[in-house]
Design a binder for this molecule. Sequence first.
Ligand SMILES: [Zn+2]
Length: 164
Amino acid sequence: MNCNECNLVEANKASGLCDRCEQIEMTKINDVLYLPALGLIISLLVIPWELYHFTQVIFSYLKHGSFLNSYLIGAMGCLLLNFLITLYASWRFFMRKKGIRKVMITYYIFSLLASLYFTVIPTMLYGIQLKFTDLGNVISGIIGVVIWIPYFLLSNRINVVFTK
Ligand SMILES: [Zn+2]
């Protein structure tokens, strides 16, 4: 059977691809790397929505003539910074840029810190009960740090895929 991809030469049995196409396949964002890719895309969709929500909260504060508290100002700063880091990480990731390790580690650490900001501080300051989605954010933040940071540090594929 010929290679599934180029159909020019005999394929290796395990992959259905020839040696050359196997090499090319190795440099693509695929398999396990779909998961961090999906994580970045979800963050890029969710953070603007959160920014919109907090902007509305801040406007309603200002409309009622109340002063903005430091939690709200911090929340805005946290979201903006998180958005910029996610944008930058996504650009580096999808362009398969070199030095992705530092960028992704920063992204995962900051995502966790941001999720803690939006859960621990309101609980401590205002005794607000955590919602199911808040817990989900913290858990995905922890997964990022515990699973994906070691993956980016240790996986050999990172050096093959992110070379530009
Ligand atoms: Zn081939």
